[in-house]
Structure formats: structure tokens, C-alpha cells
Design a protein around this ligand. Structure first.
Ligand SMILES: [Fe+2]
Ligand SMILES: [Fe+2]
Length: 373
């Protein structure tokens, strides 16, 4: 397969991104039994590892006219005069680029999560949290693998959008270990869970459905990890320190709300009138609803970890997402696991094709050959 970098429609994307950071690597010499909640999650993390190669049928294809077979209402400019004037082929291109942009942000976010989880392994003071974060490192590597494969099938990919890059930079460079959790486990992963969920629930394409459902099964644990760790830690901080975290959250949430509509880069690439498209999406009721829905996983967690002061409540009220505070994060996580199993059971009803068996065999052989060299 070609490198995804070759699929970026814009040239000159850097090969690497270097994020300088200064944090302490902390050893835990107590070696105690650990908190039951975290040790339970760690056991679950080990038990529920899966292999993208075996669990997903990569012989499945995307639809050439509508890769993930999403309802057209999910196209941000659906209903605009720009959209109405497009012919069939132009609409197909819009769907392909728009969906690829979305999956690209998932992929870029997954690599960020991989690096953030490995930073948590080093910086968090408690061994039980290091144990769990170590399973997350492996989870995130598998997620990068799965989304990279999926994105390869679109034939086009996009680099990480600037606002996401800004928040990831904070997550990785801040010297306070809990800020990495706040930015990554609470905000970015919380948003990702909601965004993956729309694809899992709306896409008719079996491959897209499977990838998102299986990734979500893991992400729900990652969000729980943030919740369990920070819930214990924040009561120990001073009011001033908690206020600083709350301010960070308010900024991060506004930043992410504004990132989560399809960036104008797609309209540029397709030669569409950028301002007209952006103005339309800013007014679109569907886009507004989508932006609101993206916070359904974040808000109950923020409340639960005790960063529930005036500033954050005002921010959520302003964004129209305060009512999500009533949702039960544990119930949401149980539901994600149940749906992943349901989708898996449906996929297992289909016998693996000979082509799939040959493919798995060929990759395994390649791996073995690489090892021998
Ligand atoms: Fe992930
Ligand atoms: Fe994650």
C-alpha cells in the first residue's frame, strides 16, 4: 500500500511533527495492590484486546459513490444551493473527500492518543494507572492500524487539522500529568466516542460500521480510565488548582466545538466557493445538532470528576449541552460494548471467504518472513 502521506491532496506536508516536552518520569516504589476500580479496568483491557487483521474482514469494500454509505444529511453542505447544483459525480467526490477528512481526523487523533497514553505511563504517579495506560498504548496502536487500513481504501487522506493539533500539543507538552488526561482522555476521546458513534449507528457500509464499533468498545474504557483517575485526584488539589483545570477545559471545549465541522480545506480541494459553504454550515440546524451531540460523552465525565464550577457550567449552558450532565457514563460504556458484540455476531454469521483466509495467511507469512530477516 502507498503511504497515506502520498494521499494528502496538498503537497509539502511535513514527514514528522516534533513536540518538545518537559515532564518527570515517575517510579512507584510502593507496589501496592492498586485500586480495585483501576485493576478491574486493567484486567478488562487485557481480556478485550483484539486483532484488526483477524476480527475485521478487510476484503470488504467501500461504496464508490458513498464510501461509508452515510445518509446525505450528514454532508455538512446538504441542502445548500452549492450541493443542489452538483451532478452525481460531484456529489460522489464530495462524499468521498468529506468522509475521508473525518476518518483522517480519527486516524490523526488515534496517533495522538498513542503518544499521550505512553506519556501517561511515564508521568502518572500510581502503578495501577501505569498498568492500565500500558494496555491503552497497545489499544491505540491497533486503532491507528485499523483506521490507516480503512483510510487507504478512500484513496485520499487529510493531515491533522490545526485546532486538534493545538490541543494535542497541550496534552503532550504540559508538565502536569493530569492535564494530559484532561485534554486526551476527557476532551479528545470523549468527542471521538460521540463522533465514532454517529458512523457506527448511521453508516450502512459493513466495513465502516465494524471498524468504528470495535474501536468504540476500547475507547469507552479509555474514557472510563480518565474518569476513575481524575475523580480520585481532583479532590486533593487546592481550589486555585482546580480553577486552572476548569479554565483549561472551557478553552478546550470551545476550541473543539469549532473544529468539529468539516474544515474548509475540503471545499478548497474540491474547488467549491469556500465562504458560501462555510456560511451555510454555520447556519445549518443539522450541523448545530451534530456539534451539540458531540459533547454528550464529555459533559457527564466533567461533572463526575468534580470540575463542576460556575465557569464550566456556564460554558456548557452557552453551548446548549448542559443537559448531558444527567447521563450515566457507565451505562453508555456498557451500551458501546453491547453494540460492538452485536455487530460482531452479525459479521460472524458470514463465513470468511477464501479470499479473506488467503489474505490473512499471506500477511502472517509476510510477518514471519520479516522476522527472519
Ligand atoms: Fe483509540
Ligand atoms: Fe483511546
Amino acid at each position: 500500500m502507498t503511504a497515506l502521506r502520498d494521499l494528502y491532496p496538498m503537497p509539502d506536508i511535513d514527514k514528522h511533527w516534533h513536540v518538545p516536552n518537559e515532564f518527570e518520569a515517575v517510579f512507584d516504589w510502593r507496589f501496592d495492590e492498586g485500586r480495585t476500580t483501576l485493576m478491574h479496568l486493567y484486567q478488562k483491557g487485557k481480556d478485550m484486546q483484539w486483532d484488526a487483521l483477524n476480527r475485521i474482514d478487510w476484503q470488504l469494500d467501500l461504496d464508490p459513490e458513498d464510501p461509508m454509505q452515510m445518509p446525505d444529511e450528514a454532508v455538512p453542505i446538504f441542502g445548500s444551493s452549492v450541493w443542489d447544483k452538483m451532478n452525481r459525480q460531484e456529489k460522489a467526490e464530495m462524499r468521498r473527500h468529506g468522509q475521508a477528512w473525518n476518518i483522517s481526523q480519527f486516524l490523526q487523533g488515534e496517533q495522538a492518543a498513542l503518544l499521550a497514553a505512553s506519556k501517561i505511563v511515564q508521568s502518572v504517579p500510581d502503578l495501577d494507572a501505569k498498568f492500565y495506560a500500558a494496555t491503552q498504548v497497545m489499544d491505540e496502536a491497533r486503532h491507528v492500524e485499523a483506521y490507516k487500513k480503512l483510510l487507504g481504501k478512500f484513496g485520499v487522506a487529510y493531515p491533522m487539522t490545526d485546532p486538534l493539533q493545538e490541543l494535542v500539543n497541550d496534552a503532550l507538552s504540559d508538565s502536569r500529568w493530569d492535564v494530559t488526561y484532561l485534554a486526551m482522555q476527557v476532551v479528545i476521546e470523549g468527542l471521538a466516542l460521540a463522533a465514532f458513534g454517529t458512523i457506527r449507528d448511521l453508516a450502512q457500509n459493513p466495513l465502516a460500521k465494524q471498524v468504528n464499533a470495535y474501536v468504540m468498545e476500547d475507547e469507552a474504557r479509555h474514557v472510563a480510565f480518565g474518569r476513575l483517575s481524575l475523580r480520585d485526584y481532583y479532590p486533593e488539589l487546592t481550589q486555585k488548582e482546580r480553577d486552572e483545570r476548569e479554565e483549561f477545559l472551557v478553552e478546550a471545549c470551545y476550541l473543539m466545538r469549532d473544529r468539529m465541522t468539516q474544515s474548509s480545506v475540503v471545499y478548497e480541494q474540491l474547488g467549491l466557493p469556500v465562504k458560501e459553504c462555510v456560511d451555510f454550515t454555520e447556519q445549518s440546524e443539522i450541523v448545530k445538532l451534530y456539534r451539540t451531540m458531540l459533547f454528550q460523552r464529555i459533559v457527564p465525565i466533567v461533572k463526575d470528576i468534580g470540575l463542576w464550577g460556575d465557569k464550566i457550567q456556564k460554558c456548557y449552558e452557552d453551548m446548549g449541552v448542559l443537559h448531558y450532565a444527567e447521563l450515566d457514563p457507565q451505562l453508555l460504556m456498557d451500551e458501546d460494548e453491547r453494540i460492538a458484540k452485536e455487530i460482531e455476531a452479525a459479521a460472524e454469521g458470514i463465513d470468511p471467504t477464501k479470499a479473506r483466509r488467503d489474505y490473512i495467511h499471506a500477511v502472517a507469512k509476510q510477518g514471519a518472513a520479516g522476522h527472519a530477516e
